[in-house]
Design a protein around this ligand. Structure first.
Ligand code: GDP
Ligand code: MG
Length: 328
């Protein structure tokens, strides 16, 4: 393939990805900017009154209270200092501030790349229905597209249906899976998965877990047991522990993140179902308030509807250029 073919393919991929972000954030974007437009009315300048309305709008978009406070305070300082602010300056301010909120300075093995460990082990946790199994299927597909071999471990042994569901995803992504009988010890499944990964020289092992209700202590303790068993095979496993959060639950997601991070060390977050909600603002607060980086986001139910998270793509897709044209 010549340079131009490679270039065209890259360009096409970048376009596809941008439009996936755009579509995925459509509800959040539309709802947020139509409220902003309404609140602005014919206002020529941003004043203290408007900032109060903006505060409410951010809260309804499920940006957490602390994060909203942080954003508003900065705006207030500027408005006070400069005796007001143009609409364009407001947009620029929001664009920069929101982008900055998404940058989390926490290093983990992920930053060294999956090739830094073999197998690279990712444990996936979260409450029932958050989208763990679906995300694992999408991840398997994504890693394969990066040229990595993958194995899945069905350590959600609570329900037979959960094992079947992961098997369906393993088949779809065309990757092997290790499973035991329903009701089996999840630690034993994780153990066997890591051993199989080592024996077969597989690059990435992803472990599914049961939907631990963050309110149920014994279930949470079980996560610790699974981790301990993994370490018998690979002392520094799991290299990553990702908490899957359902964006449609809004502020509840932040609550879950707090509970999980209290009982198990988390190195990343995956925010799912952004496509189905106007509560996409929760992305800003989980990253900012938890100080845990978002690794991936789910933008739909299909196997390719998973994007590696990056602040620039999120913010760019969240901002609505049409809203700016008509109000600026
Ligand atoms: N629209 C949408 N639905 C999703 C997404 N991720 C997961 N789901 C749906 O959420 C539901 C629960 O997912 P599942 O993976 O079974 O959750 P688990 O209990 O955490 O394993 C399923 O119906 C999925 O199709 C997403 O990014 N977008
Ligand atoms: Mg599941």
């Amino acid at each position: 393939m010549g340079f131009w073919d490679v270039f065209r393919r890259k360009k096409e991929k970048a376009r596809e990805s941008a439009s996936q972000w755009e579509k995925g954030l459509e509800k959040t974007r539309t709802s947020f900017w139509s409220k902003i437009k309404r609140a602005l009315g014919g206002r020529p300048k941003i004043d203290a009154d408007f900032l109060e309305e903006l505060e409410d709008i951010l809260i309804t978009a499920d940006v957490g209270v602390d994060t909203v406070g942080y954003i508003i305070q900065r705006l207030e300082e500027t408005v006070e200092r400069e005796g007001g602010m143009t609409v364009e300056a407001l947009y620029e301010h929001l664009y920069r501030n929101m982008g900055a909120l998404l940058v989390v300075d926490q290093k983990s093995p992920w930053d060294e790349g999956v090739s830094s460990r073999k197998p690279f082990v990712i444990m996936v946790v979260g409450v029932n229905g958050a989208g763990k199994t679906t995300t694992i299927g999408k991840l398997a597909h994504w890693f394969k597209a990066q040229g990595k071999s993958v194995i899945l471990g069905a350590a959600d042994t609570f329900r037979a249906a959960a094992i079947d569901q992961l098997r369906t995803w393993a088949e779809r992504a065309d990757v092997p899976m290790v499973a035991h009988q329903p009701g089996a010890d999840p630690g034993a499944v994780a153990f066997d998965t890591l051993q199989a990964a080592q024996a077969r020289g597989i690059d990435v092992a992803i472990i599914d877990t049961a939907g631990r209700l963050h309110t149920k202590e014994p279930l949470m303790r079980e996560l610790g047991k699974i981790r301990k068993v993994m370490k018998k095979v690979i002392p520094d496993a799991p290299h990553e522990t990702w908490l899957v959060l359902d964006a449609t639950t809004g502020q509840n997601a932040l609550q879950q993140a707090r509970r999980f991070s209290a009982v198990t060390p988390l190195t990343g977050l995956v925010v799912t179902k952004l496509d189905g909600t106007a509560k996409g603002g929760v992305v800003l607060s989980v990253a900012h308030e938890m100080g845990i980086p978002i690794r991936f986001v789910g933008l739909g139910e299909k196997i390719e509807d998973l994007r590696p998270f990056d602040a620039q793509s999120f913010i760019t897709a969240f901002f609505d250029e049409k809203a700016m044209e008509t109000t600026a």
